[in-house]
Design a protein around this ligand. Structure first.
Ligand SMILES: Cc1cc2nc3c(=O)[nH]c(=O)nc-3n(C[C@H](O)[C@H](O)[C@H](O)COP(=O)(O)OP(=O)(O)OC[C@H]3O[C@@H](n4cnc5c(N)ncnc54)[C@H](O)[C@@H]3O)c2cc1C
Length: 390
């Protein structure tokens, strides 16, 4: 059965308007339409990833559910598991991840290790067939809803920092896992601190070899950049569509040429970004994305900020109003602000931090794409335990 016939079968048998989301997504997974480049039986059809955009567009147009905001870490957890996980792990984790029955979180950043995540200090010590984990993670999106976490921890402090880490799937309900909310300037606490005290992880939940955690983490991070900045939305949609809508809503005497010029500049930047993503997507055959993910991520972050600044200016004094700063722990993580322009303006400030800051993206592009001399790294080849930490 070809891909179009499978989409027909999905939409005819499971009306998105009346089918519970979980059931619809489960059927989508079983038909191989979840991640079309994944193997058959694992949510895919062994097809080229280029078909995914068209699949998602048809399902979205028909009113089908999308998992992006609900399970935002799935976009990088699934390819990480596929590349480094055991068949048992794939059987166990992929389907409930896609149906959003199990929410995932990413436990990389720490108070002393954000941009330089390889400096992390959370310790995992071997104890027979288990690992004993102690430490603290921070900025953990959706940890308050998560069933499973992608955890990187230090297993050999005497090895250089990139070589002494291992990667695990953490049960967020295990004894010793404590999740505390961290409030953002939107008022929401979409992310958290996570304290790990004598948490036990079976060795079977290690992804990749002992000491190879950095290599596994790179799979996650490469996919993170694409999943944050690399989607190809229809022309004129998303934030720039919002700016155009607000422009059109302005009285004619307020549609001045200077503001129109600003709008047109943002439109051109949005379109250049969209077409670059389209080209990168078409050139990417199978496998994991390369440095073009960093270009997309950088451009997306800077563009979103400038577009929502313009939106707020277009709103005039009304842009100063805000619905509520009441602290909530949301069920979805928002990169765009659920249609509320004032909230989006505040939320997109984080786009140039989350998933790697814009400065770090520029370092990656300078070093790996342009071949410029590398950042100064004095701690690279010495044992992690000898590196001074604050
Ligand atoms: C909304 C949001 C959600 C997040 N979700 C998660 C999550 O789910 N899981 C997770 O693990 N983390 C998450 N993060 C954390 C995020 O990955 C880190 O905040 C980010 O990597 C930066 O780390 P840091 O905050 O420690 O800043 P630092 O690394 O301390 O950086 C501070 C400043 O110094 C600059 N800088 C640092 N090093 C260099 C360098 N070598 N060259 C030039 N400039 C440099 C940075 O660009 C930045 O401006 C999230 C962050 C945000 C804002």
């Amino acid at each position: 059965m070809d891909i179009d016939a499978r989409i027909d079968q999905l939409l005819e048998g499971y009306d998105p308007a009346t089918t519970p989301d979980r059931e619809f997504l489960g059927r989508q997974f079983d038909l191989g339409l979840a991640w079309v480049h994944f193997p058959e039986g694992r949510g895919g059809l062994d097809a080229s990833p280029k078909y995914q955009e068209a699949i998602d567009a048809r399902i979205t147009a028909a009113g089908g559910p999308r998992i992006g905001a609900r399970n935002p870490i799935a976009g990088m957890a699934a390819p990480t598991l596929l590349t480094h996980g055991s068949p048992d792990q794939l059987d166990h984790y992929l389907r409930p991840m896609f149906t959003c029955e199990d929410i995932w979180c990413q436990l990389f950043s720490e108070p002393g290790a954000g941009s330089d995540v390889a400096a992390l200090a959370t310790r995992a010590q071997r104890d027979g067939d288990e690992w004993l984990v102690n430490g603290q993670k921070v900025w953990t999106t959706m940890a308050h809803r998560a069933r499973w976490g992608l955890l990187v921890a230090r297993t050999d402090p005497e090895a250089p920092k990139h070589k002494g880490m291992s990667y695990f799937v953490l049960d967020m309900q295990a004894p010793g896992v404590e999740v505390r909310p961290l409030r953002q300037m939107t008022g929401e606490a979409e992310f958290n601190e996570v304290y790990l005290t004598d948490v036990r992880i079976p060795d079977a939940e290690r992804l990749g070899a002992e000491g190879e955690g950095w290599r596994v983490a790179m799979t996650t991070l490469m996919n993170e950049r694409v999943s944050i900045g690399g989607s190809v939305a229809p022309r004129g949609s998303g934030p720039i569509g919002e700016a155009v809508r607000l422009w059109r809503a302005r009285p004619a005497d307020q549609q001045d040429p200077a503001t129109k010029d600003r709008l047109m500049r943002r439109w051109v930047e949005a379109e250049v970004g969209r077409l670059t993503n389209l080209r990168a997507q078409q050139m990417r055959q199978v496998g994991n994305p390369g440095p073009e993910g960093s270009i997309a991520k950088l451009a997306f972050a800077e563009l979103n900020k400038s577009v929502f600044e313009l939106c707020l200016d277009l709103l005039g004094p009304a842009g100063m109003l805000y619905r509520s700063y009441e602290m909530i722990r949301p069920e979805e993580a928002g990169f765009g602000g659920d249609g509320d322009v004032a909230k989006a303006f505040l939320r997109v400030r984080a786009n140039s931090i989350e998933g790697g800051t814009s400065e770090i993206m520029k370092n990656i592009l300078g070093e790996r794409v342009l071949g410029l001399p590398g950042d100064v790294r004095t701690d690279k080849d010495v044992p992690w335990s000898t590196v001074p930490r604050s």
